[in-house]
Ligand binder design. Structure first.
Ligand SMILES: C[S@@+](CC[C@H](N)C(=O)[O-])C[C@H]1O[C@@H](n2cnc3c(N)ncnc32)[C@H](O)[C@@H]1O
Length: 252
């Protein structure tokens, strides 16, 4: 018999981001796998627990916390470091599902934002399925991404009229603003990128969007970079973790 797994996007932090589809899916699951360990993971685990309490209408569900292994430093090969980490995670998921989810039960991962964007859950489950052993039926429920939360809070459209938008990471942007892009959304930044951007850009920045400590800054990058760095530092100090997303657009 198959084990059924729901991979549910829960939005970027505000419980009101949950869609009706996500709430219905949560009410079909009996076991929720909750990643923990590390200030950020623990903060997000607390929010996942609160979301369960708020939206699940039965008291028969079970939370199964698990520790995420730390990804080793990329060194020469980012790809190899990620591959090793996925292999370790597939092992953890395999053990969790085999021991904590009976074959006739429905399990769920509550994925931050949307599972399609900078999230490994679907790739790790694919890896696990390709290893054989566990018969898994995976269903994905979309969620509101940090990108949507960012542009909504700033009240702006994502793209300039008829233009493309690049979605990238702080790590990629540190190699330079892509020459063929005018607009870039940047995620997974460690706070060391913005000062290195040489282009004259406008920025719309948001940290811990949808959460009580949310911070928003917008303006010409060179005029607001100090304020953004100070806000980022303050959020990290107060909360123990910070996640930020920003849209950069070259000034014409
Ligand atoms: C591992 S990725 C997950 C992205 C997520 N799947 C999504 O759809 O938004 C984590 C990154 O998402 C962004 N992010 C997630 N939640 C955020 C929030 N509440 N405020 C600002 N950025 C957020 C940050 O760039 C963070 O480094």
């Amino acid at each position: 018999m198959k084990r059924r797994l729901l991979v549910i996007g829960i939005g970027a932090g505000d419980p009101d981001h949950l869609t009706v589809q996500a709430i219905k899916a949560m009410n079909r699951a009996q076991v929720f796998f909750i990643p923990e360990k590390g200030a950020e993971k623990d903060g997000l685990a607390r929010i996942r627990r609160e979301i369960c309490e708020q939206f699940i209408e039965n008291d028969t569900y079970r939370l199964v916390p698990f520790a995420m292994p730390v990804r080793r430093a990329a060194g020469d090969s980012y790809g190899a470091a990620v591959d090793d980490w996925h292999a370790a995670m597939a092992g953890i998921y395999g053990r969790l599902l085999a021991h904590e989810l009976d074959e006739d039960r429905v399990g769920a991962f509550l994925v931050w934002g949307d599972p399609m964007l900078y999230d490994s859950t679907l790739r790790i489950l694919d890896r696990l399925k390709s290893q054989g052993g566990l018969d898994l039926a995976v269903e994905v429920v979309p969620g509101i991404t940090a990108i949507q939360a960012l542009v909504a809070r700033h009240g702006i459209p994502l793209n300039a009229i008829g233009e493309p938008v690049l979605v990238t990471t702080g790590r990629q942007l540190r190699d330079g603003f892509p020459r063929d892009a005018d607009s870039a959304v940047v995620m997974l930044d460690n706070g060391e990128t913005l000062r290195a951007v040489a282009e004259d850009c406008d920025i719309w920045w948001g940290a811990n969007l949808g959460l009580p400590e949310e911070m928003l800054v917008s303006g010409r990058l060179r005029d607001v970079v100090d304020r953004i760095e100070a806000n980022r530092k303050e959020t990290r100090e107060k909360q123990g973790w910070v996640m930020d997303t920003y849209l950069l657009r070259r000034r014409k």
